[in-house]
Design a protein around this ligand. Structure first.
Ligand code: FES
Length: 65
């Protein structure tokens, strides 16, 4: 299964990446402080952290099992 978004905030990782680049964010804490993603169930956390490291925006769900 493809994982490409924070479901709780209904925002894709590619949209989040654009925000990160425009606002020069470097951490998930900055995204949370702005209530952009990752403030509810946090299942998206490992994927967003990986996106911040590598720039990838689409993942396979098995990857972090
Ligand atoms: S999927 Fe991101 S907080 Fe739930």
């Amino acid at each position: 299964m493809k994982v490409d978004r924070c479901i709780c905030h209904n925002i894709s990782f590619s949209q989040i990446k654009k925000i990160v680049e425009a606002r020069k964010f470097s951490s998930i804490d900055e995204l949370r402080a702005e209530n952009i993603c990752s403030t509810n169930c946090k299942l998206c956390d490992p994927y967003i952290r990986e996106m911040l490291k590598t720039g990838e925006t689409v993942f396979q769900s098995k990857r972090f099992k």
